[in-house]
Design a protein around this ligand. Structure first.
Ligand code: COA
Length: 390
């Protein structure tokens, strides 16, 4: 049975910071951020967007009534969740009007979580081919003002519908994965910003890629020639390129040129959004599928997922006939174009805004947030969500 991505969408908040201006404000040569790290803009979430609303906004645009009837599982992958107990999936389940006969839960393994969710979903569909699974990967990436990771922040979500006979991409067997207990990036429960050993995380990202790619080749006898493109988890757009380049000499010139050209297409969205953690690999996939109009049905795409801590996985998918009809390229172009630029002062102010933690009530103004689904306030420690269309 063919199982894979039936629908896929992303959502980002309507605010961004220009990396040239951030560099100047931090006394850094702008080329370091835009060329050395490879980021041009960074999405910034206003206080009216959190991981729940970002995910709900990503999903609401792609689900039909028929999908809603078939979804019996909602898996929410995040490393910047809003509650240590209640799953963000449950808020989204309600905001989307999904049927009660469904499982809804949250999972975590840094930026790898959405890949774990997709593989779980695949197993579920194999047992229940008539059902569909909604996978959400949603995060607000925070390293802190003036930190070395600041330039690699971002905010956004992906929503992915996994089903039998998918319209966009089947997910193939095998998948190769690797786990090691390392401290390259983590966020203790008392901290609202991540701790990171940047250089170490870069090294591990690349060495995990080489490990899972090597194992994948051994299990499948495939080579670089079998891939039209390889999409990478993109904490920043230079990162995946370093991993790709580390294996490129295995291929012929034509393989190298094709994979580098497609890498360039796959980084276009991340370059102007930043790191969205769990959704990042799938933002790269969307960038490739929507911006490379020369992809054909039957092309094989490799996917490298990495979550610090750490888990790495390499797997592959096959593009399906008519896949372009189910993408949202024009909507995404508009979403990116209509964003509002923040000054560095405005960004710093937003970064430091917090909700009350003493149980008091706060009503937020959602008029300036163009998103359909917003956080409208908090009362007695309970977040209040609104879908403006209901
Ligand atoms: N023009 C062009 N490039 C420049 C430059 C300039 N003026 N100044 C510096 N650079 C290049 C450096 O040569 C380097 O390139 P390289 O990585 O190819 O060697 C790059 O810009 C980054 O410079 P570096 O000094 O290493 O940056 P940093 O110490 O500030 O750290 C990160 C960069 C990415 C490690 C840091 O932002 C971070 O920790 N990010 C979060 C962690 C992360 O994303 N990990 C990834 C795995 S999940």
């Amino acid at each position: 049975m063919k199982i894979g991505i039936d629908k896929i969408n992303f959502f980002i908040p309507h605010l961004y910071v220009d990396m040239n201006k951030l560099a100047l404000a931090r006394n850094v040569e702008p080329a370091k951020f835009t060329i050395g790290i490879g980021q041009e803009k960074m999405a910034v979430a206003p206080i009216t967007q959190d991981t729940v609303t970002l995910a709900a906004n990503a999903a609401v645009e792609i689900l039909t009534d028929e999908d809603k009837e078939k979804i019996d599982t909602v898996i929410f992958a995040t490393e910047s969740g809003i509650d240590h107990s209640k799953a963000a999936a449950i808020y989204v389940h309600r905001l989307l009007g999904l049927k009660h006969h469904a499982r809804a839960f949250e999972i975590k393994e840094a930026c790898y979580g959405a890949t774990a969710a997709i593989q779980l979903a695949k197993g579920h569909i194999a047992l229940h081919p008539d059902s569909k699974v909604l996978v959400l990967g949603s995060d607000i990436s925070r390293y802190g003002l003036h930190s070395s990771g600041e330039v690699t922040q971002g905010a956004g979500a992906v929503a992915i519908l996994i089903s039998a006979n998918p319209k966009i991409m089947t997910i193939e067997e095998p998948s190769v994965f690797h786990t090691e207990d390392i401290m390259d990036f983590w966020r203790p429960i008392y901290s609202d910003v991540a701790y990171v050993d940047g250089k170490f995380s870069n090294e591990k990202y690349i060495s995990f890629f080489q490990t899972v790619w090597g194992q994948f080749k051994a299990e499948t006898d495939m080579t670089l020639a079998d891939f039209e493109a390889i999409c990478f988890h993109m904490p920043y757009t230079k990162m995946g390129l370093k991993a790709l380049k580390s294996v490129l000499d295995e291929g012929y010139n034509s393989d190298q040129e094709r994979l580098l050209a497609n890498y360039d297409v796959s980084k276009q969205y991340s370059k102007v959004v930043g790191n969205i953690y769990t959704g990042s690999l799938y933002l790269s996939l969307l960038s490739l599928l929507e911006l490379n109009t020369d992809l054909d049905a039957g092309d094989r795409i490799g996917l490298y997922s990495y979550g610090s801590g750490a888990v790495g996985e390499f797997f592959s998918g096959i593009i399906q006939p008519g896949y372009r009809d189910f993408l949202q390229a024009e909507k995404h172009e508009k979403l990116l174009k209509e964003r509002k630029e923040l000054s560095i002062e405005e960004y710093e102010k937003i970064f430091q805004e917090t909700l009350p933690t003493d149980g008091s009530a706060l009503t937020l103004s959602i008029d300036e947030d163009p998103a359909d689904i917003c956080l409208a306030g908090i009362d007695r420690h309970m977040r209040q969500y609104i879908n403006k269309n209901l």
